[in-house]
Design a binder for this molecule. Structure first.
Ligand code: SF4
Ligand code: SF4
Length: 411
C-alpha cells in the first residue's frame, strides 16, 4: 500500500474559482512529474457555484495507481494533509450553499497537517479566528491580499505560484520546487511567475498551533434523522413571519425582525461587512428594502440594524444608502463577533461613533467582487507589485505581470 496525499483548496465561489482550479491542477501536474498519479476535482455539492459562498477543490495524489484508486473510492477526502484557504476570512468557518453545516476551516486536517492561508494578518489574528483543533497543526501564511477575480477575468497577481512555491517547501514529498518550476514553464511560460514561486519557497515559515489555541466555539452539528424517524413524503416548513422588537432599555415597541433560518450561517459568505453610522442615518428605508437577504431588523426608533449572522456581505446596502459614510463596507477580518451594531450604538453613541469612524478606514477595495470598470484589475495587480518591499513573495525588482488574462467564456 502506497502513500496517499490529499489537498483541499477552500475558496470563495466564482470570485476565486479559477485560482482554485489553477492550484489543484498544478499540484497534480507537479506530482505527476515525479511519477505520482493524481486527480483534481471540485466538490459536487458546491456546483453550481454562488458568488462568495465557500467552495472546495481537491487534489488527490498517490505514490501508485492502486493507492489512488483506493483513495478515490471515497466520495471526497475525509482527511487532508494540506488545507489551503485563499481568503483569510474563511478561517471564521465555512458554510457551503449545499448546507453541510458550518465547518471549521481546519476540520479535515490530519494531525500535524498544514493550513496555508493567503493573508496580510499575523498568525495570532488568524489563530483567533480559527476553530480549535484536537491536535496540533502547522499554520503558514502566504503574505498578500486575498486575490479576487470575476467569472470571466483572472487576476494574475501570482497568488497561485506563491502558494505552490510554499507547498514545495512545506510538503516536499508531494512535489519538489524543480517539478513545480517545470509546471510553471509548461503551463504559464512566465519566468516572473517562476521567480515568485522561488521567493515564496525561500520565505515561507510555519507556526505550530496547539489544541489550546483558537476559537473555542463548538460549530453547529447536524443530527441526521434515522430512517424510522423520517416523515412520509417531503415537507419543507416555510420560514415564519418574524416578530416585534422592543427596546429593552426604554420599553419602546414598534420594531420588526424577520424570522431567519437559525442554522444556515450565511455570514461565512462574507469577506467584508457593512458598518452603519447610525448618527448619519436619515431612515430612508432603502437598505432595508434592497438587501437581498432580508438582513435588516427594523428597530423601535426607526433605525435599521443589519443582522451579522445573516449578512452575506454583498455591499448592496452601501451602494443604495444616500448618506455619505453612513453605510461602509469594511474588511471582515477586523471583526471578532457578529454582535448587533445598533445595540452598541444605543449603549454608548459616542464610543460607537469613534469606533465606526476608525474601523471604516479598513475598506476592502482589494476584495471587490467582480470588476466594476475597465482597467480595475490592472490597477490592483500593479498595486500588488509596487509595494515596497512587497510582503507577497514577489520581489520589488521583478517587473509586474504582463497582463490580466481574460478567460474563455464558460457554458
Ligand atoms: S451587505 Fe448589506 S445588503 Fe448585502 S447582505 Fe449584508 S446587509 Fe444585506
Ligand atoms: S439606506 Fe442609509 S440612510 Fe437609509 S435607512 Fe439605510 S442606513 Fe439609513
Amino acid at each position: 500500500m502506497g502513500r496517499l496525499y490529499a489537498v483541499e483548496i477552500v475558496y470563495r465561489g466564482i470570485f476565486q474559482k479559477t485560482l482554485a482550479k489553477n492550484l489543484s491542477r498544478a499540484i497534480v501536474l507537479a506530482a505527476h512529474k515525479e511519477g505520482k498519479p493524481g486527480i483534481s476535482f471540485g466538490r459536487y455539492g458546491d456546483s453550481p457555484e454562488r458568488n462568495g459562498i465557500p467552495a472546495k477543490s481537491f487534489a488527490i495524489v498517490a505514490t501508485d495507481d492502486l493507492t489512488l484508486e483506493e483513495g478515490m473510492a471515497k466520495y471526497e477526502p475525509k482527511e487532508v494533509d494540506v488545507t489551503i484557504a485563499v481568503d483569510d476570512t474563511l478561517c471564521k468557518g465555512v458554510e457551503s450553499w449545499a448546507w453541510y453545516g458550518l465547518q471549521p476551516i481546519n476540520r479535515l486536517l490530519k494531525p500535524g497537517g498544514t493550513l496555508i492561508v493567503t493573508s496580510r494578518e499575523e498568525p495570532e489574528a488568524l489563530i483567533e479566528m480559527t476553530h480549535r483543533k484536537e491536535h496540533p497543526y502547522q499554520l503558514a501564511i502566504v503574505k498578500g491580499t486575498p486575490s479576487f477575480s470575476g467569472l470571466w477575468v483572472y487576476k494574475d497577481d501570482h497568488t497561485d505560484v506563491r502558494i505552490l512555491g510554499a507547498m514545495a517547501r512545506l510538503v516536499p514529498d508531494l512535489f519538489s520546487l524543480v517539478s513545480l518550476q517545470e509546471v510553471i514553464a509548461q503551463e504559464w511560460k512566465d519566468s516572473v511567475k517562476a521567480t515568485s514561486a522561488l521567493r515564496s519557497y525561500e520565505r515561507i515559515t510555519t507556526v505550530t498551533v496547539q489544541p489550546t489555541q483558537g476559537n473555542p466555539e463548538k460549530p453547529y452539528q447536524f443530527e441526521f434523522p434515522k430512517w424510522h424517524e423520517m416523515r412520509e413524503g417531503i415537507a419543507i416548513p416555510s420560514i415564519s413571519m418574524g416578530g416585534a422588537v422592543t427596546d429593552e432599555a426604554t420599553g419602546k415597541a414598534g420594531g420588526y425582525r424577520p424570522a431567519r433560518n437559525p442554522t444556515f450561517k450565511k455570514f461565512t459568505t462574507r469577506t467584508m461587512r457593512p458598518v452603519i453610522d447610525f448618527d448619519k442615518c436619515i431612515k430612508c428605508t432603502l437598505c432595508w428594502l434592497q438587501c437581498p437577504d432580508s438582513c435588516f431588523d427594523v428597530m423601535p426608533d426607526g433605525m435599521y440594524d443589519a443582522n451579522m449572522d445573516a449578512c452575506c456581505g454583498c455591499g448592496v446596502c452601501e451602494a443604495v444608502c444616500p448618506e455619505k459614510d453612513c453605510v461602509t463596507m469594511v474588511n471582515e477580518s477586523y471583526f471578532h463577533d457578529n454582535a448587533s451594531q445598533w445595540e452598541a450604538w444605543r449603549k454608548d453613541p459616542q464610543a460607537y461613533g469613534a469606533w465606526a469612524r476608525e474601523i471604516i478606514t479598513h475598506r476592502p477595495e482589494d476584495r471587490s467582487h467582480g470588476f466594476r470598470f475597465r482597467g480595475q484589475y490592472e490597477q490592483q495587480v500593479l498595486g500588488e507589485f509596487s509595494d515596497s518591499p512587497p510582503a507577497h513573495g514577489a520581489e520589488s525588482e521583478e517587473k509586474p505581470p504582463a497582463q490580466v488574462t481574460p478567460e474563455a467564456p464558460q457554458p
